[in-house]
Design a protein around this ligand. Structure first.
Ligand code: CTP
Ligand code: CA
Length: 226
């Protein structure tokens, strides 16, 4: 029996996706990181590929990988490595989805020998990392579509809209850690989409694969409206 070929609305488009945590070394045996599993961003990469896009995934350390072998994965560890990889791939990208949980701070110096404990407490000096998405937003081309995530515990809508505006995004995906079954390491997620035209779309709790499909549908719609 004949099967209808899947529609490929993003055929010919290049998509850049980031996912997972970044890891910032303190010394050879220690690091600063966060709880991101990468599942949400990986699902977005798969969904973009399923819609016909050529996808590059810049992935922080995680044991998960995309299921579509057509997704080209670039493994990185630190925010600085993720920044370089994104900057290098940005000019030719039509769609960028920054789902990675990028560290906001890193240790000012990485000790080359293991730090020995003393009798007192210790203070670790941190410096800011580059805000990758803000940099991309400030350099956005006419036809580029930029999607960010916003992870919040309070004042969710206000903070999400501030990031949408300040980082020059077309779409932001609000992840509220208040919601049951949402966020880190779950297989499900409950998000609200806010777009550049002021539309607000709350999605019900569903699998990260289903959420990813909804994000891709919103991307396709926003592309048509450009
Ligand atoms: N982001 C980024 N580079 C950073 C920090 C964040 O590209 N150094 C991106 C994230 O991938 C996400 C968006 O910016 O798409 C928002 O990240 P989030 O941590 O929610 O917001 P911040 O702007 O870092 O502000 P804060 O953590 O203070 O809420
Ligand atoms: Ca942050």
């Amino acid at each position: 029996q004949n099967v209808m070929p899947a529609p490929q609305p993003l055929k010919g488009k290049l998509a850049l996706v980031t996912a997972g945590p970044t890891v910032e070394p303190i010394d050879p045996v220690r690091f600063i990181s966060n709880h991101s599993s990468g599942k949400m961003g990986i699902a977005v990469a798969d969904a973009l590929a399923a819609a016909g896009a050529s996808v590059k995934l810049v992935l922080g350390p995680t044991r998960y990988t995309p299921s579509d072998p057509a997704v080209e994965t670039i493994h990185v560890r630190t925010a600085a490595e993720m920044f370089s990889s994104c900057i290098a791939n940005y000019p030719m990208s039509d769609i960028v989805v920054m789902a990675a949980a990028v560290a906001d701070y890193r240790p000012k110096t990485m000790e080359d020998k293991k730090i020995k404990k003393g009798d007192e407490g210790m203070t670790l000096e941190l410096e800011k990392t580059h805000d990758i998405l803000r940099t991309l937003g400030n350099n956005k081309g006419q036809d580029q579509l930029l999607v960010g995530f916003s992870l919040e515990t309070n004042n969710e809508k206000e903070y999400a809209l501030k990031k949408l505006r300040e980082k020059h995004l077309d779409l932001i995906v609000l992840n509220s850690l208040k919601d049951e079954g949402a966020g880190f390491n779950h297989d499900t997620n409950k998000v609200t989409l806010f777009d550049r035209d002021g539309r607000e779309t709350p999605l019900p709790l569903k699998s990260k694969q289903e959420v990813a499909k909804d994000i891709v549908s919103a991307i396709i719609e926003l592309q048509h409206e450009k």
